[in-house]
Each structure stands twice: as structure tokens, then as C-alpha cells.
Design a protein around this ligand. Structure first.
Ligand code: ADP
Ligand code: ADP
Length: 226
């Protein structure tokens, strides 16, 4: 859990594109924020700035009172899940899960325990020896979630994690992500263009358009107000 303060974030790309303009939001510890809006409105850029994968043109990212602007992505207490899974194809599921921990100088036994615990939580324990190509889409996305879990990050960032799944798996995985959020209590920022996901998962929804925040509110406030 973390308190996240996003203060006047701007992102201008080198070609002059204003991708994000004055993004201001304070996110409380147990929130599940869903960023919605049309393609190109700046959702991914916002997420990538928070993860440290994209330089900020101006503004400040504060997590638990610590200014993170210039921290390397791996020094941020953040885990990111992408839509295309981003698994290492030549490594087993086990090694995919363990990879992020091996750089952290913790013992083999401790890594083993964390990997197996995450695998149990996500019901992928029997798949630990497989390679990503031997998994279904839903299983791959679980491994991607598992990589986020083993990091024990305080903040989860998810960029359209369900968009490559079929309708049934989307439904199942959506419920699982909500359950995980309740269990791990990691503050979550989730990008989607799917209204159902926003309605069912969010504590608050942020609606973006042309790089600007248009509206912030609970699902009820955003979608059900007359
Ligand atoms: P979304 O995630 O909402 O679809 P993005 O954050 O990916 O939107 O993109 C916001 C805007 O910034 C878009 O107009 C996109 O074309 C532009 N953009 C994204 N990445 C780059 C880049 N590397 N260079 C220039 N423009 C970019
Ligand atoms: P889905 O239809 O759910 O996307 P697949 O048809 O790809 O899944 O696979 C069905 C089942 O077979 C899954 O449980 C998957 O783990 C398993 N499977 C797929 N490919 C392989 C493989 N190369 N080796 C072993 N098991 C596999």
C-alpha cells in the first residue's frame, strides 16, 4: 500500500506532441484507480511516467512522501503488468517469476519460497517448469501477474492486462485481479478502454481526453449520474 501524489505531470514528446497536460491526482492507500479514455489520450504515457519508463517533462511523482522523479524503475517500489505479458520466452515459468528477485541479492531459499507462494496464489504451480509458449493466454497473464506479486511491490500498474484475452478469460481474470487487490492491498492504477472493467473494478475512475483529466469520480458518479 502506498499513498501516491501525482503533481502537475506534463509529458511533451520530442516531436512536440503534448501527450499529458497537468495531470493532478492524489491516490489513497487501498485505491484501485482505473484510467479510461479513447486511444491516444495519454493513459499509457501517464502509467509509464509513474513506472519510471518515461521521463517527465515537468511535475512531481511522490510515493509515501518520497519524490520518485529520478529513481531508476527498479528502485521504485512498483510492479507493472503489460498487455503483451512481456515474459522471457526462453525461460521457464519458474525462472520468469524468479528473475526480478535474482537481481535483489536475496537467498535462493527465499526466492524459491516467494516464487512458490505466488504460483499457489495464482494457481499456476503445476506450470512452473513450462516455457511461455506452452501456456494459454490466460496462463501467461497469470505468470505476468505473478511477477508483480513476487516483487511485493506497494504499487501495481496495469496497462490493458486483459485486452488479449477472450471474453470468458477476461471475465475470470478480472475477478481474480480484484481478489488479488483485496488480498495484497497494493495500490493499483489500471488502464483500460473497457467500461465494464472500469465499472466493476475501480474505487475511482479517471477519465482522460487529449492528455487532460476530464473527470474523476466513483463508478457511480461517472456512469450512473443523470
Ligand atoms: P493511450 O495510452 O491513451 O492510448 P498514449 O499515452 O500511448 O495514449 O499516447 C498519448 C499520445 O502521445 C498519443 O497521441 C501518442 O501518439 C503520443 N505518443 C506516445 N508515445 C510517443 C512517442 N514515443 N513519441 C511521440 N508521441 C508519442
Ligand atoms: P486456451 O484454449 O485456454 O488458450 P490452449 O488451447 O493453448 O489454451 O491450451 C489448452 C491447455 O493445454 C492449457 O492448459 C495449456 O496449458 C496446455 N498446453 C498448451 N500448449 C502446451 C504444450 N506445448 N505443452 C503442454 N501443454 C500445453
Amino acid at each position: 500500500m502506498a499513498k501516491i501524489e501525482l503533481k502537475h505531470l506534463y509529458k511533451d514528446y520530442e516531436d512536440g506532441k503534448h501527450a499529458v497536460t497537468d495531470f493532478n491526482l492524489t491516490i489513497d492507500h487501498e485505491e484501485f484507480i482505473v484510467l479510461v479514455g479513447p486511444s491516444g489520450c495519454g493513459k499509457s504515457t501517464t502509467l509509464r511516467m509513474i513506472a519510471g519508463l518515461e521521463d517527465i517533462t515537468s511535475g512531481e511523482i511522490v510515493i509515501d512522501d518520497c519524490v520518485e522523479n529520478h529513481l531508476h524503475p527498479k528502485d521504485r517500489n512498483i510492479a507493472m503488468v503489460f498487455q503483451n505479458y512481456a515474459l522471457y520466452p526462453h525461460m521457464s515459468v519458474y525462472d520468469n517469476l524468479a528473475f526480478g528477485l535474482k537481481m535483489k541479492k536475496i537467498s535462493k531459499g527465499e526466492i524459491d519460497a516467494k516464487v512458490k507462494e505466488a504460483a499457489k496464489i495464482l494457481d499456476i504451480y503445476p506450470l512452473l517448469e513450462r516455457k511461455p509458449k506452452e501456456l494459454s493466454g490466460g496462463q501467461r497473464q497469470r505468470v505476468a501477474l505473478g511477477r508483480a506479486i513476487v516483487r511485493e511491490a506497494k504499487v501495481f500498474l496495469m496497462d490493458e492486462p486483459l485486452s488479449n484475452l477472450d471474453a470468458k478469460l477476461r471475465f475470470q481474470t478480472r475477478a481474480e485481479i480484484s481478489k488479488l487487490h483485496k488480498r495484497l492491498k497494493a495500490t493499483t492504477i489500471y488502464v483500460t478502454h473497457d467500461q465494464t472493467e472500469a465499472m466493476t473494478m475501480a474505487t475511482r475512475i479517471v477519465v482522460m481526453k487529449d492528455g487532460l483529466i476530464q473527470q474523476v469520480g466513483t463508478p457511480r458518479e461517472i456512469y450512473l449520474k443523470p
